[in-house]
Design a protein around this ligand. Structure first.
Ligand code: PLP
Length: 490
């Protein structure tokens, strides 16, 4: 097209006033959350339900915002699983609070991309300080915190899976450098083919995935009878691999496994890693929030031996997704592994504050520290501790109800807000029990299976959960069990 053909058009787009929309949405959100208990926890829609409810194409002309509001119930809510309903007991909790929602609104308004310090100094600096606040709340050793004055510090990753991968990449670059110094004649491919990492067989699937993405071998080790990875098991595996010419470089210890919330023997594992110079990463995605209560810190004994530590405030600490807090003693291994420095991302202050783009996989990052700041200030540590303690107490209430019925048994000791239980009897009967429970539609649970034993998991997920809600869930489970056992007798 020639310059003459190109007719510049300066017509301004129509910009309706959306303030009323924002206000209406704020009211709707409060209404939704305050009355969430009354909604059916899992929708009864079928795949493909949504397409017929919306037009084939985007509208050419703007619609009134009231039309959008009117469609939220019809199109969206009819297909929403209500994760914040007290009847929702599946997976692990995902956090939700007004302070975090409001912070996300502000983050959306500022809408900066904080990949370097200069790209938005407050975005980086608030994150550095919030991770220090949070680290102190958890009782993490000073060597993890930026305020210690060294290179250490925290970063907000999107998810625990990313943190595990980032730590693996750091561990890989550290070991590659070490081995190259000892064996300058070995090629990168030689070394890579020898690297091996370890985790509990019960570790989250994201650990295995990190190995695949990072192009290294990861071995799942057999836990003990209480499903904890022990130091001896790890040491034996490492010794054998070294004898076979492999190079152990990375271990993930899980504090609070996904299936049944057990805790690896971190202190023992830490000793093994230290004695072999292996990077130890701690994945405390769910249970880490409980360490804000000093009485649970015994479960992270040995944390000072780790190189990196991660947990998800977005699971259990009232900070909406996504906010996965990660601390590194020596971020230089990550920064070096990811360092590409095009001219357009360079700035004069480089080196005096973190450029978080080097600490993570994507380049772009939202202003997520705002939601930590709002939640920590508006609840205060004491209220967050009360939240954790209450949810654990509710789990123990369910445990008591369950163990008082001799048809049921626990599969795992209850330590956090998760109860693993089953009907005494076969896997089939428990599969049928879960089918009935979820089929009745009043509450929602998911199962798990360990060593071929199928069990049900009841997680305390909603911050609205009260004792009466646990009684309702228990009654629902009991009636479903009555149905299953009755149908068995026929
Ligand atoms: N690690 C553990 C122990 C988990 O329980 C989970 C999820 O439940 C994850 C990792 C993955 O978390 P994310 O969704 O933040 O990647």
């Amino acid at each position: 097209m020639s310059e003459q053909d190109l007719k510049l058009q300066f017509e301004t787009m129509e910009a309706p006033d959306f303030k009323e929309f924002a206000k209406a949405m704020t009211d709707y959100i409060a209404e939704y959350l305050e009355n969430i208990r009354d909604r059916q926890v899992v929708p009864s829609v079928k795949p493909g339900y949504l397409r017929p409810l919306v037009p084939e194409q985007a509208p050419q002309q703007p619609e009134p915002w009231t039309a959008v509001m009117a469609d939220i119930e019809r199109v969206v809510m009819s297909g929403v699983t209500h994760w914040h309903s007290p009847r929702f007991h599946a997976y692990f909790p995902t956090a939700n609070s007004y302070p975090a929602i409001v912070a996300d609104m502000l983050s959306g308004a500022i809408a900066c991309i904080g990949f370097t310090w200069i790209a938005s100094p407050a975005c980086t600096e608030l994150e550095v300080v919030m991770l220090d606040w949070l680290g102190q709340m958890l009782g993490l050793p000073e060597e993890f915190l930026a305020r210690s004055g060294g290179e250490a510090g925290g970063v907000i990753q999107g998810t625990a899976s990313e943190a595990t991968l980032v730590a693996l990449l750091g561990a890989k670059s550290r070991m590659m450098q070490r081995v190259k110094e000892q064996h300058p004649e070995w090629s990168d491919t030689d070394i890579l083919s020898k690297l091996v990492g370890y985790c509990n067989k019960q570790a989250h699937s994201s650990v295995e995935r990190a190995g695949l993405l990072g192009g290294v071998r990861l071995k799942s080790l057999q836990p003990d009878g209480q499903r904890r990875l022990r130091g001896d098991t790890l040491r034996d595996a490492i010794d054998e691999d070294i004898r076979n010419g492999l190079i152990p470089f990375y271990v993930v210890a899980t504090l609070g496994t996904t299936s049944s919330c057990t805790f690896d023997a971190l202190d023992e594992i830490g000793d093994v890693c230290l004695s072999h110079g292996i990077w130890l990463h701690v994945d405390a995605a769910y249970a880490g929030s409980a360490f804000i209560c000093p009485e649970y810190r015994y479960l992270m004994k040995g944390v000072e031996k780790a190189d990196s530590f991660n947990f998800n405030p977005h699971k259990w600490m009232l900070v909406n997704f996504d906010c996965s807090a990660m601390w590194l003693k020596q971020p230089r291994w990550i920064v070096d592994a990811f360092n590409v420095d095009p001219l357009y991302l360079k700035h004069d202050q480089q080196g005096s504050a973190p450029d978080y783009r080097h600490w993570q996989i994507p380049l772009g990052r939202r202003f997520r520290a705002l939601k930590l700041w709002f939640v920590l200030r508006l609840y205060g540590v004491e209220n967050l501790q009360k939240h954790i303690r209450k949810q654990i107490a509710l789990a123990h209430l369910f445990e008591k109800l369950c163990t008082s019925d001799d048809r049921f048994e626990l599969f795992e000791e209850v330590t956090m807000g998760l109860v693993c239980f089953k009907l005494k009897g076969s896997n089939e009967i428990n599969e049928e029990l879960l089918r009935r429970i979820n089929g009745r539609g009043k509450i929602h649970l998911v199962p798990s299976k360990i060593d071929d034993v199928y069990f049900l998991r009841l997680a305390i997920c909603s911050r609205f959960s009260e004792e009466s809600d646990i009684h309702i869930s228990w009654e629902e489970i009991k009636s479903s069990a009555d149905e299953v056992l009755k149908s068995q007798k026929k």
